[in-house]
Design a protein around this ligand. Structure first.
Ligand code: 9YT
Length: 131
């Protein structure tokens, strides 16, 4: 059994940030669960375009608010505490932070290794190994 505390991840290589978002990778591929598990904070008022071409992702909001735009259809959905979105079609999307920082819990299949970088499309490159 593994016990992971987010406060032990802060400031380590499992915490990845830019000015407008922070992601803490509680579980990565090397943890052997078959998925990775993250806490992502999206700053109020910020905007991010992501495209996980090689991963499926489920995201559950537990605090704050924002919106997500499906860039294929232009549809916009409100996100608040208790909303889940599942990118079951590798959906390219834009996330908008709302009036308060949004706290999101995310699972990726296949698991993120921690070495991925967002390419010019906002996509993660495919598995860069770690087993
Ligand atoms: C909201 C969202 O897509 N979070 C994903 C995790 C983040 N891109 C990371 O850990 O790099």
């Amino acid at each position: 059994m593994k016990i992971v505390k987010v406060q032990d991840i802060i400031g380590t290589e499992r915490e990845v940030s830019d000015k407008q978002w922070t992601s803490r990778r509680l579980l990565l591929k090397k943890d052997g669960m078959g998925f990775s598990f993250h806490e992502t904070i999206i700053k109020a008022g910020s905007e991010h375009t992501f495209w996980y071409k090689h991963h499926l992702e489920a995201v559950y909001c537990v605090a704050g608010n924002g919106r997500i735009k499906d860039l294929a259809t232009g549809e916009v959905h409100e996100i608040t505490d208790g909303t889940l979105y599942a990118l079951d079609n590798h959906d390219k999307h834009t996330l908008y932070g709302g009036t308060e920082d949004m706290r999101l819990i995310c699972a990726f299949n296949p698991p993120v290794t921690g070495q991925e970088v967002h390419d010019e499309d906002g996509a993660y490159l495919s598995d860069t190994s770690d087993n």
